[in-house]
Design a protein around this ligand. Structure first.
Ligand code: NAD
Length: 335
């Protein structure tokens, strides 16, 4: 039996988070800082953990992103595009390592791919016989928006892959983002024209990419870094057996990778990487909101599998919020 006040609190959190999600994912116009969103989501997840009967498939804790916009043609993802679980402190990272060991029934030290958590939006690029034929947003994880024309305008996304030995069909996933310098100059231009400025590079990237007129996207300083593979055909196509080596394969095919990506052993090695990136954060040319750790061995990833909205083999460790100090609600947004 769930006490009435708990039920009411869960419902109010859900209603609030659903509203935040709509503004953030569908309109690209967040109404609260990420840290406030994360606190509400954390509170909801704790309630659901204490009262599992509260968990419903439509709870925001079980869902990814937001509904795709009708204005775009929809794209069904062959492999769902999921979210990531979050760790907000060291203990959570050690708890993650322990969960992995328990599930694998193996306490050997795991190797992780350590990657900056780029603050943009996830995009799927489909290459057929080496040619970019379709690009899509993550959408709600199952269905995204067809943004092929817009993606074609991003200068560092290859329209064809390099090399002869290519899969007949390969989906590359990564982040489209707006580098800090491009964001500053875009806002400068907006100010000069007397138009609204963007609140942060993530918002600017999302608004620029989800434009109905690709000529507008073409004028926006967007970039892409690849960070994983989706569908690969034929299934017999030989790929390296670690995530980090697969990223290098993507680089050989001509896809841009984030240079700060590295590998580390165990939660201790991951924390050292986190500290290093945190120290470099301001000097990086792009915004990051944390780091992502992924079990490097693909066979181990497969053994661990997924839960509703995220893989069990990865975690995002968030940096302390910078945005909270911004008077977010006083800033005007533009899509
Ligand atoms: P997430 O941002 O926590 O993690 C998943 C995403 O990380 C992926 O989809 C991908 O886009 C990105 N990513 C960046 N670098 C990556 C890498 N190297 N490897 C894999 N993925 C990488 O999850 P989410 O579901 O996209 O968003 C949840 C977060 O978004 C919240 O924690 C919150 O901070 C923010 N949010 C804010 C509001 C708001 O109103 N302010 C609303 C919704 C979400």
């Amino acid at each position: 039996m769930i006490p009435e006040d708990i039920q009411a609190r869960a419902e109010s959190l859900r209603a609030r988070i659903n509203d935040y999600n709509y503004h953030y994912y569908v309109l690209d116009a967040p109404t609260v800082p990420d840290a406030e969103y994360d606190r509400d989501m954390q509170a909801l997840m704790e309630l659901e953990q204490s009262y599992p009967a509260l968990i419903t498939p439509d709870s925001p804790s079980q869902k990814v992103g937001g509904e795709p916009l009708d204005a775009f043609e929809s794209v069904k993802h062959d492999v769902p595009m999921l979210s990531l679980d979050n760790a907000f402190d060291e203990d959570a990272l050690y708890a993650f390592e322990k969960r992995l060991a328990d599930r694998l029934k193996d306490s050997r030290t795991l190797t992780f791919s350590c990657e900056p958590k780029l603050d943009g939006l996830a995009v799927s690029l489909l290459y057929e016989n080496g040619t970019l034929t379709r690009a899509a947003t993550r959408g709600d994880g199952q269905t995204g928006e067809n943004i092929t024309q817009n993606v074609r305008t991003i200068a560092n996304i290859p329209l064809s892959l390099r090399g002869d030995a290519l899969p007949s069909r390969v989906e590359v996933r990564g982040e489209v983002f707006m580098p800090k310098a491009g964001f500053e100059s875009l806002n400068q231009r907006q100010r000069e024209k007397g138009e609204k400025v963007f609140v942060n590079p993530r918002n600017a990237a999302a608004g620029s990419l989800r434009q109905l007129d690709s000529r507008i996207t073409a004028k926006r300083p967007l970039m892409f870094y690849a960070y994983s593979l989706g569908v690969v055909e034929p299934q017999s196509f030989a790929l390296p057996d670690t995530h980090s080596q697969r990223l290098l394969k993507l680089a050989q095919w001509g896809l841009p990778l984030c240079r700060e990506t590295d590998v580390a052993d165990g939660a201790g090695g991951c924390l050292a990487y986190y500290e290093r990136l945190m120290a470099q954060r301001d000097a990086l040319s792009y915004d990051i909101d944390g780091v992502v750790f992924k079990v490097d061995e693909i066979a181990t990833q497969q053994q661990l599998g997924f839960v509703a909205r995220a893989p069990r083999w990865a975690i995002a460790q968030k940096f302390p919020a910078q945005e909270e100090i911004t008077r977010l609600l006083d800033v005007e947004f533009q899509v």
